[in-house]
Design a protein around this ligand. Sequence first.
Ligand SMILES: Cc1cc2nc3c(=O)[nH]c(=O)nc-3n(C[C@H](O)[C@H](O)[C@H](O)COP(=O)(O)OP(=O)(O)OC[C@H]3O[C@@H](n4cnc5c(N)ncnc54)[C@H](O)[C@@H]3O)c2cc1C
Length: 503
Amino acid sequence: MLRLGYYLTKYGRAGGAVRLRCLSSISPNSTKIPESVCIIGSGPSGFYTLKYLLSHPNAPKKVDIVDSSRVPFGLIRTGVAPDHGDVKNAQSEFTQIIEGDNASTDVRFLGGVAIGEGEKVKLSDVEGHYDAVVLCHGASLSNELDLPAYKPDGSKVQSPPVVRVRDAVEWYNAASWAEEPGFREAVVRRGGEGLNITVIGGGNVSLDLARVFAKGRRGILRDSEVRDEEIEEMAGWGVGTIGLYNRRGAYQTAFTTKEFRDIYKMAKAGNTALRIDVEDIERSSNKESLEEMEGNRPMTRLIKLIKQVAEDDEVKEGEGAQISVRYLRSPSEIHTDEEGNMKSVRFELQELSGEKGAQRAVGTGVFEDVETDVLVSSMGYKASPLDERLPFEGGRYKHERGHVDGKVFSAGWCKRGPKGIVGTNIADARETVGRIYEGTETRGQVGGADFVEFLEKKGVEYSTWEGWQRVDEIERDEKRLREGQTRNKIKDEEKIRRIAMGR
Ligand SMILES: Cc1cc2nc3c(=O)[nH]c(=O)nc-3n(C[C@H](O)[C@H](O)[C@H](O)COP(=O)(O)OP(=O)(O)OC[C@H]3O[C@@H](n4cnc5c(N)ncnc54)[C@H](O)[C@@H]3O)c2cc1C
């Protein structure tokens, strides 16, 4: 069991040291102590919430962690890039939390249990069985790119051929629900050498995608989690260009220095080309942007690196994929062939307008067309509420230090929006658990039957932690692994179900 106290995590360090204080203790006689808690979602925020509940001096007697998937860990498994082994390692930390010496608490993982309005199990059903419920279900929807698309004769295309970055990320992460048709189908349909990928949005997820595909092109993913099947496919795609497009300027860049340095290193080693246009940086460098940067050390460091890349002719000529980062360009329309297949994207050049800290990109009336075979929308994730009655605004729950309504609390991306690294969820979950112990209707009405009995009556086929352990054991079986690979995922949903259910 991981001990609370002065515990520093590697993710905390990455984003600035996080020192954790002991949570204040509440008298065991207090009516505010929750005896049973349900955590909905087993991603980082769910596991950190579990950690702080278990290490509280008045830990609950029962904590259930429920997930719609039979495999735990949320985006650690299906979002984080497969070549980021250090981040994927958070799974071991979470495993220690649930498998540790939790003597005073009965902890259960219930997989395959989706909660929500269209599901067999509603949030109100969960509320009826616990003193407190913590929503940790993340942000699984995508912000859509809504662009008109036209055929050569000027007629409109009904379903513009845009794919979501989420589909691409889930595909190379072998998520059992990775959508097909989706990203992969768009690539396969085009086929052949010189595939041009245009990505709208320039955050870390877009950089992940560019790096993984560039590595795929060069066949250097063998020491990652990517399965042989996907490695072989990527090597055969013949990725030519990967353009990452930002509406605003270089000083408003959304990716972080560490991620960008990884790609720069790849380019330095000759495994990809990396280009940033000096002119884009000059157009980005208005007075307001320079003022925005003052005193902002991370941004100052990042801009320095961006300029270094822009001026480094050596990395412009690397082998393999040709990655470019473009600024001050906003997509305005899509052009397809007669069949509605992607041909090009029209961008309108932008300029910045407005005061320091509130600059907007406005169109200049100048357009350019970019040849594109696959258009990927990477404009961020968003959450949706599990129950319409809950206060929800701007893609996340409205809350007061994690308290949403009645006995319902939240942590993670559905609480603070889809931003921050894995480590950001530590302080976030700690705040929510602290708030649970301050009370506010945490004890409400609790039905007599156990939640598992309720699931059985409803005919919900739930799986357990032991079920996941069986899947985990197979995925990490050395006989299935190539050298340097730590996990060979099972992708088939039905197979996972059978193994998890012990059939
Ligand atoms: C593509 C991508 C790459 C990333 N890479 C990094 C990285 O390299 N380093 C880093 O530090 N951070 C990275 N992050 C950020 C990190 O993944 C998040 O900070 C973190 O996963 C958020 O945790 P969460 O628990 O709020 O949500 P999630 O991780 O999304 O977990 C939510 C869980 O809830 C479950 N769930 C959803 N709906 C329901 C429902 N209705 N009923 C029951 N269960 C449900 C899901 O199955 C899931 O298991 C990345 C994020 C993305 C999207």
